[in-house]
Design a protein around this ligand. Sequence first.
Ligand code: PEP
Ligand code: MN
Length: 272
Amino acid sequence: MKLIARRRDEQQETTAVRVGDVIIGGPELVVVAGPCAIESYEQLLSTALEIKRLGATMLRGGAYKPRTSPYSFRGKGELGLEMLSRIKELTGLPVVTEVMDARDIERIADVADMFQIGSRNMQNYTLLSELGKTKRPVLLKRGLAATLEEWIYAAEYIMSEGNDQVVLCERGIRTFETYTRNTVDITAIPALKELTHLPVFLDPSHGTGRWSLVSPVALAGVAAGADGLMIEVHPQPELALSDGKQSLNFEHFADLMDKLSPVAKAVGRKLI
Ligand code: PEP
Ligand code: MN
């Protein structure tokens, strides 16, 4: 049986995924930015205002965080969702946030314009099927050691329930290299474009684990055809409760946005 996600021969056009007013998979390069985790109202608001001013069109921020250690900060939960909701209203930015548990879907759906499935849940098939029933867009991150085939099947779990609003997000895979947190598979971007009709994102923050590498790898992803980027930004990365080492401060994010424009243009994309 031919998978829905794979029907590139029947559907040449990239599927347009609509998140609020933002269209992913069209001529515009979409930049999603924000903190790894929602820590406080002030932290999220200052970040949202700044990334919007600099040209990002969607806000990210985790309220439920998957952490390697159960003793690390695991997010503000419902309180975080409330902050996200207020800041979404204030800034008009559509928001994406992670869902880890099917029991939280309704609560998160009240706020989120897009669900994020994190790497650790890429093969949580019951969760994927539940999201398929919601018809809400899903940002499906690549599993820590998932092949493209496994990743496409994960998308199929969502799509086979009737939800075709799926964006695939490359975020690096586990290899023998230890200098970087993960190894970014740039090839995955054009390969997925060959194999599927879904939009493809790149998250160079988790991909590299080092803020100094985020911009150059982001540019490479756009040159390779990514439909969008997801970038972690924090007002004071050195004080972040999660992923500070890979988060850009406002100045570094501004610098990335400056560099992005000519690269996007060179590959026929525009930044809003
Ligand atoms: C995140 O986006 O903060 C995150 C936890 O990502 P990943 O699932 O790719 O590790
Ligand atoms: Mn993170």
